[in-house]
Design a protein around this ligand. Structure first.
Ligand code: FE2
Length: 359
């Protein structure tokens, strides 16, 4: 077992007591962002029409770099507060999020439609089906990891009630399992089937085999998603879980929800949460939305492959398509990953000094 004496191995009280992972941007930085975004945001453009160099905001980048340092090398979570929400339209706020993403790495596609930003809102989708995705529903979500190294989530509108964000350190979950349930912890290093929820591209299978815990170069990685594991049990050809393996997963999921492990937080309009998928799990409570369409809960989600990523264990290759460090990896390519997507990714990779993966 690797050494897990690491800042990512935190408990809920650690995040409460030391809030250096929360960065509040100042008025001058806000003004810099407003000026830049108002000048470049154009609804007639596609996301691919924007370049990294369109977003010249040296002050904003100081905050972004500090947040990414916390996410990649320390606790695996950061919160930037005070994005200029009140001064921007929803579209401008989306482009602001996109601009920050372009400074962090290569945005990754996120589903069937090969979208590079997901508007996280209740679109009436049912989460607990073989093809459901939580971000388009108002449901209580299972603790899970998204399919990319880094996740950005910016908040434009809150719900009337509910929609609380919960983040747990999966490394802490591992720690608890090893100390309190050592026999069950061993099962979590064994591969299990995770469904792709019907979003696989033509050259991908309907599920991937991965353990919950894996290690590469003494670095620890976690992946979890009950919804996808349950869905995979119904896919023909997917290995069935033994009773002991199932019980170990139930125990781990229970541990991740314990009040000493799970950190609860409200994302306010103007907040940007950034998380490292490999050392955290996240969840969200069910919510009740506003009637007015302009006030409905709305967040923008970006998935990022950063230029300084670590090598991944080989068992991640099926999901991320590349385990090599600093490569364009992760995401869900979906059904529309075409030459334009490849061109955008190659261009952005080159701007970040990275190698795109081979088509
Ligand atoms: Fe998620």
């Amino acid at each position: 077992m690797p050494s897990l004496s690491h800042p990512s191995n935190w408990r809920a009280t650690d995040l409460q007591q030391d809030q250096s992972w929360i960065l509040s941007i100042d008025e001058q930085t806000r003004q810099e962002m407003i000026k830049t975004v108002v000048a470049v945001a154009d609804p007639s453009k596609t996301l691919f029409d924007y370049r990294r160099e369109d977003f010249i905001w040296p002050r904003a980048n100081v905050f972004l770099r500090a947040a990414l340092q916390e996410v990649k090398n320390r606790r695996g979570i950061a919160l930037i507060k005070g994005l200029p929400r009140a001064n921007l339209t929803a579209h401008q706020f989306e482009i602001l999020t996109w601009g920050l993403g372009l400074h962090a790495g290569v945005p990754r596609p996120q589903g069937k439609k090969t979208q590079y930003i997901s508007a996280v809102r209740d679109a009436g989708v049912s989460y607990r089906t073989g093809t459901g995705r939580g971000y388009s529903s108002n449901a209580d979500l299972d603790f899970h990891t998204d399919s990319s190294d880094i996740v950005f989530l910016s908040c434009f509108n809150k719900a009337v009630s509910g929609g609380k964000t919960i983040v747990s350190s999966s490394m802490a979950g591992h720690d608890v399992m090893v100390r309190e349930y050592p026999e069950q912890a061993k099962w979590l290093y064994e591969p299990i089937a995770f469904s792709r929820q019907g979003e696989q591209s033509p050259d991908e299978g309907p599920f991937v085999m991965q353990p919950v815990f894996s290690v590469q170069n003494d670095k620890w990685f976690g992946r979890w998603n009950w919804n996808r594991v349950r869905s995979a049990q119904k896919i023909e050809g997917a290995p069935q879980l033994s009773a002991e393996h199932h019980a170990a997963l139930v125990q781990f999921d229970r541990v991740m929800r314990r009040p000493d492990i799970a950190f609860e937080m409200w994302l306010e309009p103007g907040d940007l949460q950034i998380i490292n998928s490999h050392v955290t799990l996240h969840s969200r409570t069910e919510f009740t939305d506003h009637d007015d369409p302009d006030q409905k809960r709305l967040l923008y989600r970006l998935w990022i492959a950063p230029p300084d990523s670590e090598p991944l264990p080989a068992c991640w290759r099926d999901l991320y398509r590349s385990c090599e460090p600093g490569t364009v990896r992760g995401g869900i390519r979906g059904f529309k990953h075409d030459a334009q997507c490849a061109e955008f990714e190659a261009r952005q990779a080159s701007a970040c000094g990275m190698q795109p993966y081979k088509l």
